[in-house]
Design a protein around this ligand. Structure first.
Ligand SMILES: Cc1ncc(COP(=O)(O)O)c(C=O)c1O
Length: 419
């Protein structure tokens, strides 16, 4: 590990919580250089929905490389990109009767959000964006302005402007009454609150502590956006691509976002890809090449991402996600009941489940004990008080149960020590 400590920037983060050198990985397990195997409840912060080194994607990638497929093409037309687009249309858009244009950009979530913000500002001619408490949208300046976490915001070094912050539905002061109050302000020419370009929302705030919005609240938010000429942007970067038991976290909610931001899991293999779905009437406001990115549309990501979409050809994986998600929730519920006196709470949907242990210090200790015992899990939420479980959707049930047992043991040990 000395090489990293000597040469890698002080900015390195996760390696401090998981201090070992990983050498290989398969599905829901990573193995370090000492041969110790870890169950992965972290999955690259929601990238590896289909597991590490997914066999189907590996084969497709090897075939693509051996056939000298085009690995890098900026945004030129390639066979790999056409195959991906066609598969996405057939698997995701057509069955939902959705009509969206696909925009590829530099392959990170924050780049997708930046592009969405730019377009919303272009379409409306307005500047401000409504974003929510505990929201997380990335690290570049536009996305960071919408991100709520103070630690990240402080690093900007410049003012993070043009954002109106509202409380998320489940945050103090949040809910329908708050939205009504916000709308009254929009309607009052002397309120000092001008109509925004867009409302940017996560259906489930992942980094923010796994806070789940209700359909009713989201619909009201969408109604307000459209009633006041603003765009409704859904950031699906962490909760999309099957994580919640449906392709989009808002499937079955009767919502119609103007822009949907996708990244992380959409590249399939951990191969980076980001894509915005844009309603055609908004897309026409873009001029060619206005939001570029050298690595927009990567050949490997299109190949693996296309293969990932085959998991949605039938209901097999999504019903597994619902079953395994229920098992996770049941297990966490039992723990929350055991520590009800300390205010523990369970939140989540599908295979994004979380235990709020109230105290960030304790959550950190619990994650450290998990690591010692062969489980990777990362805290999130205010002060890191929430243990978030996002294993690969393809995790074998035996690994899932073993991971949950390690977690239970770690919580027990930390709570006993604290008692
Ligand atoms: C909801 C959401 N939006 C945006 C991002 C930023 O993505 P990236 O780190 O790829 O820039 C993240 C990353 O965790 C996220 O969870």
């Amino acid at each position: 590990m000395e090489v990293f400590e000597q040469w890698e920037s002080n900015i390195r983060g996760y390696c401090r919580s998981f201090p070992t050198v990983f050498a290989s990985a398969k599905n829901a397990r990573q193995v370090d250089e000492q041969g110790k195997s870890y169950i992965d409840f972290f999955a690259g912060a929601g990238v590896l929905n289909f597991g590490h080194n997914n066999e189907r994607m590996k084969k497709a990638l090897v075939n693509f490389i051996e056939a000298d497929g085009v690995a890098h093409s900026l945004d030129m037309y390639t066979t790999a990109k056409r195959d991906f687009i066609e598969k996405f249309v057939d698997t995701v858009l057509k069955p939902r009767q959705l009509n969206y244009k696909m925009q590829f950009m530099g392959p990170t979530g924050t780049n997708a959000v930046e592009a969405a913000l730019k377009l919303a500002r272009r379409v409306t001619g307005r500047q401000s964006i409504v974003a929510f408490s505990h929201g997380f949208h990335g690290m570049t300046l536009g996305s960071l302005a919408c991100t709520a976490n103070d630690y990240f915001r402080q690093a900007a070094g410049v003012p993070l402007d043009h954002v109106i912050r509202l409380p998320f539905e489940s945050a103090p002061g949040g809910g329908l009454d708050n939205l009504a109050e916000h709308e009254r302000a929009l309607e009052d020419p002397s309120s000092g609150v001008a109509a925004p370009a867009a409302y940017l929302i996560e259906v489930i705030q992942a980094e923010g502590g796994v806070n789940v919005a209700t359909e009713r609240w989201l619909k009201e938010l969408q109604r307000i956006a459209h009633a006041h000429g603003a765009l409704f942007i859904v950031d699906e970067i962490q909760v999309g691509c099957g994580r919640t038991g449906t392709y989009f976290s808002f499937d079955e909610m009767d919502l119609s976002p103007d822009i949907v931001c996708l990244a992380k899991g959409i590249g399939g293999f951990g191969t980076p890809l980001a894509m915005n779905l844009i309603k055609p009437e908004h897309d026409q406001h873009w001029s060619p090449g206005e939001h570029t990115g050298t690595f927009r549309g990567q050949g490997f990501s299109f190949v693996a991402g296309r293969e990932a979409l085959t998991y949605f050809d039938d209901d097999a994986l999504m019903s597994e996600v619902k079953e395994k998600g229920a098992l996770m929730a049941e297990h966490l519920d039992k723990l929350a009941k055991r520590y009800a006196g300390q205010g523990f709470a369970v939140r989540g949907k599908g295979m994004m489940q979380a235990l709020d242990v109230v105290d960030g210090g304790k959550a950190k200790q619990m994650a450290a004990v998990c690591f010692e015992n062969g489980l990777l899990i990362g805290p999130c939420g205010s002060g890191g008080r929430v243990l978030k479980l996002i294993p690969p959707l393809t995790i074998p049930e035996a690994d899932l149960k073993e991971g949950l047992a390690i977690l239970e043991d770690a919580i027990g040990r930390v709570m006993e020590e604290a008692a």
